[in-house]
Design a protein around this ligand. Sequence first.
Ligand SMILES: [Zn+2]
Length: 343
Amino acid sequence: MSTPASKTDFAAVSRLSADIDLFAEGKATGFVRVPHSVHRSAYGWIPIPIVRIKNGDGPNVMMQAGNHGDEWEGQIGLGNLIREIEPKDIKGRLVILPSANFPAAMAGQRTSPIDNGNLNRSFPGNAEGTITEQIAHFIEHVLLPSFDYSFDFHSGGSSLSYIPSALAPRHADPEGMKKVVGMLKAFGAPVSYLAAAPQGGGRTFTSASARQGVISMGTELGGGGLVTARSLKVAEDGMRRVLSHIGLLQGAVPPPSPTRLTELGGDDYYVYASDSGLFEPLVDLGDEVKSSQPAARIHFHDTPWRTPAVLPFKRDGLVLCKRVPARCERGDCLFHLATDTTG
Ligand SMILES: [Zn+2]
């Protein structure tokens, strides 16, 4: 961000800065520096890895993972992309932030060990706030405005597991819808889903992208705190296909892969734990279920002679997401569904 125009603008200026030029030609690797003065390092900074690859004119694209630190396919896939793609392979500018909430990624946690901040609930951020709020502010106000497209590679994290999926927010205008559906089809995850259009005050990276006029797409690639060869292949092939689709990546890409286009609606798509106890799933990922069909039993292992609670699905749908740990507490998400759509 440029020098403040007046004293009153000062609070909006990020303390964070990249130590590479994000607009220069060629390939450069470096760090976004987050000043962080602590006992072991009085004048130190947190190093968030960042990479720029640029070759002339073309789309401006930002790819990000590690928004939640314990979601790994995107972080590994973007690492591979960084090492494999050279300026000659693209037209335009690609900036990659593979571990956006770097303290969370280094701790293997969803949230930051420094301030418990959930980056994807911290936008638009605060230049004078906590470390996580400062990262969110930098991403939304310093990085995002210069891009045409943004990609945010999530996974289910430690507590959830997904059928490898890609997602995009609905757009009010048909042209925007056509663009994101085209991107989802190019990415080619086994399932794609359309989510509700972001609200103006939304706290997510998707909302931040919409506020900054950037077309965005995301993923939920797997989860459970682990990586499989299959989920990583979905991530890596999808990254290359969608970068080719939007005109950045040149040359051959992996062959097309069909996707099942679905949507996510309101509360009736979700099953939440009604009690604390042990979660017994009665269906698996990929099952087609009916309204009122039992989804789970909650066992009371402190009083195992009690009859377990039985929780039904509230509508028909495809089981897209499932809780991983057996131990659950009231309010934990156990399942969510998706339903087919034509767009
Ligand atoms: Zn996530």
